[in-house]
Design a binder for this molecule. Structure first.
Ligand SMILES: Cc1cc2nc3c(=O)[nH]c(=O)nc-3n(C[C@H](O)[C@H](O)[C@H](O)COP(=O)(O)OP(=O)(O)OC[C@H]3O[C@@H](n4cnc5c(N)ncnc54)[C@H](O)[C@@H]3O)c2cc1C
Length: 274
């Protein structure tokens, strides 16, 4: 077993400053992805910074839209009345993910930050440019049935596995971030990255930054659906998924927003149809 230190923090400021002090540390929220990665030797943080005591568990709504705290469990968000009534697409996507037990532990922030499920990333005996830059890519000539069909590079064909993020991309969400330089907001479509020459970077969050919330702007979409195609009806990642939000009036589609999951290194927005 690899030893690590553990610190529990109670404010976003303390989380950010503790991270700045300890370079080889990682935040832990629900732990459903990070602990697996540690057990498999994919990552070995010297310190875990437990953020579960932070006051980031609220869901609130105003005229501008809905804000979901980074520590809201996926199951709580999926069952929240504001979410089910105003943003049913998000509730559908959340309920399509993982299992009930996992959704009870998984958080909004952790879901956005979860890493790829590419088997070569998890198998430390295999080359993987995402896990170990410049080591090669086992998936390229290997088992790659669940890999990227859009936006891949010669270095990496892994996909982002989240269901929730596909709905957030279609709903034009914004990620709220706290860091050493203060607060900032990142548009959801700009949050995750394509692999290019740096597949080790999943997203544009800078070292030490903490996700505090996700905001979904009010919209006129009155029809939406999340369709996930997978090998099993439950507890399986998407082969491909699609989040569709439409504004329909008198039988005519006035506006549309569509994103796909399981097909690229990031949720894939189909901007031409929007
Ligand atoms: C068997 C299994 C099946 C699954 N199936 C699906 C599925 O079908 N669909 C799907 O979408 N997901 C699926 N998941 C993934 C699951 O949704 C994620 O593991 C979960 O959302 C991660 O959230 P967490 O709070 O547990 O994150 P953690 O494991 O605690 O953290 C994950 C990463 O996020 C970082 N992090 C956490 N919170 C923050 C924050 N606020 N700011 C910055 N960084 C942060 C951590 O440092 C870590 O790097 C599955 C997982 C498992 C184990």
């Amino acid at each position: 077993m690899i030893n690590f230190e553990y610190t529990r923090v109670s404010s976003a400021k303390a989380a950010v400053s503790t991270k700045a002090k300890h370079a080889a540390s990682q935040f832990i929220a629900g732990g459903t992805n990070l602990v697996d990665l540690m057990k498999k030797g994919v990552t070995a943080p010297q310190r875990l910074i437990d953020i579960n005591a932070l006051p980031l568990k609220d869901i609130s709504n105003d005229a501008k839209g809905l804000t979901i705290g980074a520590l809201v469990p996926n199951s709580v968000a999926a069952e929240n009345n504001l979410v089910t009534e105003k943003y049913p697409l998000l509730a559908m996507a959340l309920n399509a993910g993982a299992s009930a037990q996992l959704r009870n532990m998984a958080t909004t922030g952790g879901n956005i930050m979860q890493r790829t499920r590419c088997p070569y990333f998890y198998d430390i005996t295999m080359p993987c440019n995402k896990r170990q830059p410049q080591s090669g890519c086992g998936a390229m000539e290997g088992y790659n049935r669940m890999h990227a069909i859009f936006g891949a590079s010669e270095k990496c064909i892994a996909v982002h596995p989240s269901d929730m993020c596909v709905a957030l991309a279609a709903l034009n969400a914004t990620v709220h971030v706290s860091g050493a330089k203060g607060e900032k907001k990142i548009s959801f479509v700009d949050f995750h990255r394509l692999p290019g020459d740096t597949p080790q970077l999943d997203n544009n969050l800078q070292t030490g930054e903490l996700i505090t919330a996700v905001h979904i702007p009010s919209n006129r979409f009155n029809k939406s659906y999340y369709l996930k195609v997978r090998d099993r009806l439950s507890y399986a990642f998407a082969l491909v998924s699609v989040a569709v939000a439409l504004e329909v009036s008198d039988g005519v589609i006035k506006s549309a927003s569509i994103a796909m999951g399981g097909v690229a290194h990031k949720p894939w927005r189909l901007t031409v149809v929007s």
